[in-house]
Design a protein. Structure first.
Length: 78
């Protein structure tokens, strides 16, 4: 294991994200690193597709959940 030096602002965003996702700061950093690496290796996949693929490879059944259509994401209709 090693130490990674990051900017203070990125560390603050990491701290906030870890609270929102109920992960430790280290687990959140590891998640972002892994997802970033997977995105670079699979540029044709969306974040949701990568997460579903990783869940399936870990033996989790996402229950037929597929990524939402882009228009279905975002804020609710007014």
């Amino acid at each position: 294991m090693g130490i990674v030096n990051i900017e203070d602002e990125l560390h603050e965003q990491l701290r906030k994200a870890s609270k929102a996702s109920y992960r430790s700061i280290n687990a959140q950093a590891a998640f972002w690193i892994r997802v970033g690496m997977l995105c670079e290796l699979n540029p044709g996949l969306t974040f949701q597709e990568i997460v579903i693929r990783e869940l399936r490879e870990a033996g989790v059944d996402p229950g037929g959940i597929e990524p939402a259509e882009p228009h279905a994401l975002g804020t609710a209709a007014k």
